[in-house]
Structure formats: C-alpha cells, structure tokens
Design a protein around this ligand. Structure first.
Ligand code: ZN
Length: 144
C-alpha cells in the first residue's frame, strides 16, 4: 500500500464520525475534500470540491490515512454516471437533470447525510475561509 504525505499547506475539509455524546464510537473517517477552481467559473463562484483519492488528511498526521469507499456520486436523472462513462460521453453530465451528490455516511453508526453539491460547496468554502479543516458528521449535518 502506498503511503501519501499530507500537504500541510493544502486547503481541505475532512469529515469524520465519532457517534454522539450519548453513543460515542471509535473514529470513522468519511473523507477529505479539496477545492478545485474551474477556470471558466465566474469570480466569486464557489470552488468545486472533489474527494481526495489518496486519503484522509487531519492536522494530527503527516501522512494521509487510507479511506474506504467514496462519497461523491454523479447522477443524470436516477442513473449513476461513472468517471469513465463521463469521460467517454461528456454529454451524459450536461443534461438539465444531471447533478453531483454527496453521501457522507458513517460505517459504524450508519448515520447518513446526503446533499447536493450546490449545498455542500458553499459550506466547504465558508469553513475553509475561517480555517476549519476537520468537522464531525453531526456538526456538518447541523450546518447543511
Ligand atoms: Zn458514526
């Protein structure tokens, strides 16, 4: 397994779950998200946040911790569009009903927060601008 170094200067938002105060559990790392700027995006538009494939970043570690699964789905209507599919057929994601959905799900307590990218991107921009890089799933749910 490849171990990736964390870039301490990179902007990121990491989401984890440790259950609730009443029902705590060991940490489950859901994902790390990084902003990508679309060169065609108008000034002031939220960044496009994509999922880190190399691992979970936190201030406590110099390396990225491997994570299982992925939490971003691209949909056209009710149909999932894979990255390979969208590369083969770029129009698949350029329909009026296409969208990107985030599914933040804890593998331990099964808490699930699913939102469209349109709701998630501005929140991640805001968190990042005030220096918040790690957030619990409960805190995320309260802000979405
Ligand atoms: Zn949990």
């Amino acid at each position: 397994m490849t171990i990736y170094s964390a870039d301490p200067t990179a902007k990121y938002v990491s989401i984890f779950c440790e259950g609730t105060e009443a029902n705590p559990h060991s940490i489950w790392r859901i994902g790390t998200y990084r902003p990508e700027r679309d060169i065609d995006a108008p000034a002031g538009a939220p960044a496009y946040w994509s999922e880190s494939k190399t691992g979970y970043q936190s201030p406590e570690s110099d390396t990225l911790i491997p994570i299982n699964g992925k939490s971003i789905a691209r949909l056209a209507g009710d149909k999932h569009v894979s990255r390979e599919e969208s590369r083969r057929n770029p129009d698949a994601l350029n329909q009026g009903d296409s969208r990107t959905r985030f599914r933040f799900e804890c593998g331990v307590c099964k808490k699930l927060v699913a939102r469209r990218a349109e709701a998630v991107f501005p929140l991640f921009d805001k968190l990042s601008s005030v220096g918040v890089s790690v957030l619990s799933l409960n805190a995320l749910a309260a802000r979405l």
